[in-house]
Design a protein. Structure first.
Length: 155
């Protein structure tokens, strides 16, 4: 009988403790939230070498495709990352080089065809009404230093 009473008192103590903890959390003031910066922090890179010649134009052979080209790399860059943004029927859309920039080590020129649309299961749907693209290029030189080019191109 004494053993049952000890178990009963122990169970009541645990129940009382749990109830007290729940009530305390419900009544206690919540900590102040950490303020969130509304501005997005972006890495500012130095401007790319002005001798680079960057161009973007519609492809003459492929529909809804932009040819992005860079000349005068002078074999001083190892990679080029790119991002194209454009307006298609009132929606801002974009294409980028992804997580792995394009290898250009030892090259003087870079050219990439970029399809403006989406493809799934070998069926492509073009983004219509594109007349201008904004291009951001991120160059990494042979020492690992990064620089950036930004520009708008009418197509």
């Amino acid at each position: 009988m004494k053993h049952k009473m000890k178990l009963l008192y122990g169970g009541l103590a645990v129940l009382l403790l749990a109830t007290g903890l729940i009530v305390y959390r419900a009544v206690a003031p919540a900590p102040d939230p950490v303020p969130v910066e509304e501005e997005e922090i972006t890495e500012l890179l130095p401007e790319a070498d002005p001798s680079l010649v960057v161009a973007a134009a519609f492809s003459k052979t492929k529909d809804n495709t932009v040819v992005l080209s860079v000349k005068n790399l002078a074999s001083t860059y190892t990679t080029v990352g790119y991002e194209l943004t454009y307006d298609s029927q009132g929606l801002i859309k974009g294409v980028n080089s992804g997580s792995k920039p394009v290898e250009v080590a030892g090259q003087d020129e870079f050219e990439r065809e970029v399809y403006l649309g989406t493809c799934s299961r070998n069926v492509c749907k073009p983004d219509l009404g594109v007349s201008k693209v904004s291009v951001v290029l991120e160059f990494t030189d042979t020492t690992g230093k990064k620089s950036q080019f930004s520009g708008d191109f009418d197509l």
